[in-house]
Design a protein around this ligand. Structure first.
Ligand SMILES: Nc1ncnc2c1ncn2[C@@H]1O[C@H](COP(=O)(O)OP(=O)(O)OP(=O)(O)O)[C@@H](O)[C@H]1O
Length: 556
């Protein structure tokens, strides 16, 4: 019993000494800044080296990435605006709107390179381009980790590190500081959490990112001077913001919009997609029959889709040891990649009664042609039916979900009131207005198209199929200005429209240089005079050029 007591005491002492030795050694290492043993460090360095030695070939998507602004197809006006906003002596913050995969990121990256090469630009040759995607930023109210704005690594989260043991909070710079002196490209900026957005706006204003921590004290002598400096004066964050979004302008905070130059990138038309396909096939060294790029354009909605398709085509050809690609390759690739053929809405050129092409903008996705159909029955009854509209549309945003109600129905009511100026009496007619295609219809800007369809159905005057219109209608028949005219004109051109009427107040000289004819009118009488000028419909033309129900023998 006596011997075993001594034995136990000896074992305890040995255990204690070994523990003390271990803690002494590790404390010594940490004091010298050594967090891991030299052997472990060596092992990890070797692992990194081994990983770096592995190289796959450069994906075609990288090879085909535009290397200069001239290689970006179909965005000439957007690029011109980007250059003006960023390449001068006083670069602006910028917002780029446009559908996915049409070259927004590629253009932003390249325009900084161009700015850097200019003498007058404040961007140095070393100016960084820092890219971050707002959809990957998770908002954390405690701000423990914020890759965009930066955060403070408090000692409690630093564990056994030197700063943690000394109780020193450690500022972690975010993308706003990493972009100092260059460009911060924030993709999908519309998805940013509202609190993060407000903080970002503050950084834009101050050009400094500020850090706070309850562990920070000015009196703490153990805090290194550079950390004191950061807590007291902030960290420089002097950059130009380029935000890109697929949302429409009204979905972005006005406070952000008012600080930025807004630039719109267009959806890519068939010709642009064909050009991108051709460039991609050439870079991949593939041969193809003439007309093949046009077939690719049937499946690809944008530049990224095109590059992806070309990449898959190239992979197929390579697997089979071929240097050419065929239509059957394209069909297989499109089928397996679920590339749906693009519905290329082309307008019918023939004149029809009660059928008119309107124009609309679908969020950030660009313009589209929207058909309006009207049927009037003179059956001595009064009735109005509006069909084909999406009455309610759910909008998702970082603020939550909201419902947007279509006001197409009330716009039709306005249209009928204006039509009363032309002899229409509600009590005598059952009116049916239809919007084929089930699209969310923004009533007001489709006002003139609805009016023309109703006027045509009422009078029996056929409307040429290659005409399209946009414009809001007032109760007195004035045509009021609308938004998104450029996008609408691009969509009209793509759909084969040859003449478009827009509100007088929207007229710009540049529209006069477009392939299609752009005309404008201030009120419905002017519009009707222009559309039906010298054109016989139902055998009756009024001296003013405006057709009346009386003159035409209305459809019963
Ligand atoms: N207009 C274009 N001209 C030439 N290539 C294009 C064009 N648009 C897209 N591409 C090709 O698609 C790739 C992806 O385009 P990019 O990332 O610039 O699109 P994005 O508009 O920024 O899309 P997202 O909104 O999805 O980020 C580019 O690297 C390029 O290869």
């Amino acid at each position: 019993m006596y011997v075993s007591g001594w034995f136990l005491f000896g074992a305890q002492m040995l255990f204690f000494l070994l523990g003390a030795l271990f803690f002494w050694r590790s404390a010594k290492r940490k004091k010298g800044g050594e967090m891991v043993s030299p052997e472990e460090n060596e092992r990890q360095m070797q692992r990194l080296e081994d990983m770096r030695r592995v190289h796959l070939t450069e994906p075609l998507a990288e090879q085909t990435r535009p290397a200069s602004l001239t290689e970006i197809v179909g965005q000439e006006k957007g690029i011109e605006a980007l250059r003006a906003a960023l390449c001068g002596p006083n670069p602006q913050h910028i917002l780029i709107y446009g559908p996915p995969g049409v070259g927004k990121t590629a253009a932003a990256r390249l325009v900084l390179e161009e700015a850097k090469a200019r003498e007058s630009s404040p961007f140095l040759r070393t100016a960084p381009f820092v890219e971050i995607d707002a959809t990957t930023l998770q908002f954390d109210e405690r701000g423990i980790a914020d890759p965009l704005l930066g955060s403070v690594h408090d000692p409690i989260y630093q564990g056994a590190g030197a700063f943690g043991q000394a109780g020193i909070p450690r500022p972690q710079p975010g993308a706003v500081c990493k972009a100092n002196g260059g460009v911060l490209f924030l993709d999908e900026i519309g998805e940013l959490h509202p609190i993060q957005m407000n903080r970002l706006l503050k950084v834009l204003e101050d050009r400094v990112a500020r850090f706070q921590s309850s562990y920070y004290s000015r009196e703490n002598k153990r805090i290194p001077p550079y950390v004191h400096e950061i807590f007291q004066k902030g960290m420089p964050a002097d950059f130009r913001l380029i935000g890109a979004t697929t949302r429409s302008p009204r979905e972005l905070p006005p406070a952000l919009r008012s600080r930025c130059t807004e630039i719109f990138f267009q959806p890519l038309g068939t010709a642009a997609v064909e050009q991108i396909a051709e460039n991609g096939l050439k870079k991949a060294g593939l041969e193809y029959d003439s007309g093949f790029c046009g077939k690719i354009a049937r499946y690809a909605g944008g530049g990224r889709d095109t590059v992806n398709l070309v990449q898959s085509l190239s992979a197929r050809a390579e697997m089979e040891g071929r240097k050419y690609v065929t239509e059957s390759d394209l069909e297989i690739v499109a089928e397996t990649g679920r590339f749906e053929p693009r519905i290329q809405k082309k307008v019918e050129r023939k004149s029809r009664v009660g059928v008119v092409n309107g124009l609309a903008v679908m969020g950030g996705m660009g313009g589209t042609v929207l058909t309006v159909e009207a049927v009037f029955h003179k059956d001595g009854q009064s009735g109005l039916q509006v069909t084909g509209i999406v009455e309610e549309e759910e909008l998702k945003s970082p603020h939550g979900r909201s419902l947007r109600k279509s006001n197409a129905r009330s716009s039709v009511e306005n249209v009928l009131t204006v039509l009363e100026q032309f002899g229409f009496r509600r009590r005598d007619y059952t009116v049916h207005i239809n919007f084929p295609g089930g699209m969310p219809v923004d009533g007001p800007s489709a006002g003139t198209a609805m009016f023309l369809a109703a006027y045509s159905a009422f009078t029996g005057a056929a409307v040429p199929g290659d005409v399209a219109l946009t414009g809001e209608l007032s109760l007195t028949g004035q045509i009021l200005p609308v938004g998104g005219v450029s996008e609408k004109l691009a969509a009209a051109q793509e759909a084969g429209v040859s003449r478009v009427w827009i509100p007088k107040a929207n007229w710009q000289r540049a529209y006069g240089r477009m392939e299609l004819e752009v005309l404008c009118a201030g009120d419905v009488r002017e519009l009707l005079e222009q559309i039906f000028a010298e054109k016989e419909a139902g055998g009756a033309v009024l001296s003013s050029g405006i057709l009346s129900a009386e003159g035409l023998g209305q459809r019963e």
